[in-house]
Design a protein around this ligand. Structure first.
Ligand code: DC
Length: 233
């Protein structure tokens, strides 16, 4: 983009799970020299802590116990130059890989439906955006975290395309999972995200829709560059 990037804005990217929101958000942040925050990673980090500290046993969540543990969970990010993105830490321990396991994926919707969890994480997210110059992806960024974001994008893609993307990601890492299992997880998380009582997933009135079922990453970047030009140039 051929323009001066003095104006720092907030870019909110929301949408369904496994749409490639984080890759898209990270690429935009790298291009603009902005901070990128994957808020799904924060909900996953709380879920992992619950699994490892007895609040989630055999996939069953004890909500009261998790709420009691919340004060003990300190989440931080450290920039990893290899990935050009920040890794997530819980109480100083790197958890970037473990938060993506299928065990965590299966419980994270329930955890993200707890009002106390959202209150804690939303407050952290709002603080991270105080200086603007941030790209944040999640489910409620344009509606709750930054309703005043200058650019809001709502991403969607065909559920089967999304399941295949997540399947490829996990199997490349060596995880043993079936495409059917992943598809079920994607569909059930869509339902849970849209129907939960607290901050359900919904498109903000002023969010632009991006369906990337048949788009490559360079095509998505071209799409966003055109929109960014009119806002920050
Ligand atoms: O983006 P992801 O699939 O890693 O997100 C994990 C879960 O966290 C997902 O089921 C929805 C939830 N989430 C949320 O409720 N609010 C956010 N801002 C981000 C994620």
């Amino acid at each position: 983009m051929e323009c001066s990037l003095n104006k720092k804005i907030i870019i909110a990217i929301d949408g369904f799970s496994s749409c490639g929101k984080s890759t898209f958000a990270k690429n935009i942040a790298v291009k603009l020299g902005y901070v990128f925050i994957d808020t799904g990673a924060m909900y996953r980090a709380v879920t992992l802590y619950g699994v490892e500290n007895g609040a989630i046993v055999d996939g069953v969540l004890n909500e009261t116990k998790l709420i009691d543990l919340l004060d003990k969970i300190e989440i931080s990010f450290k920039f990893n130059s290899d990935r050009e993105a920040s890794d997530i830490y819980v109480n100083g321990v790197l958890v970037e890989d473990r938060i993506r396991s299928i065990d965590v994926s299966n419980c994270v919707s329930a955890v993200s439906g707890i009002a106390e969890v959202r209150e804690k994480l939303v407050a952290m997210q709002q603080e991270m955006g105080l200086n603007r110059g941030i790209v944040m992806d999640g489910r409620d960024i344009g509606t709750v975290v930054f309703p005043d974001a200058e650019l809001k994008i709502f991403m969607t893609a065909d559920p089967l395309v999304r399941a295949k993307r997540r399947y490829d990601e996990l199997t490349t890492k060596g995880d043993i999972v079936s495409l059917e299992e992943i598809k079920e997880n994607v569909i059930s998380r869509d339902e849970a995200d849209q129907n939960r009582a607290v901050s359900p997933l919904r498109r903000a009135n002023d969010a632009i829709l991006l369906d990337n079922s048949n788009m490559t990453i360079p095509q998505q970047m071209e799409w966003v560059s055109a929109r960014l030009k009119s806002i920050i140039c």
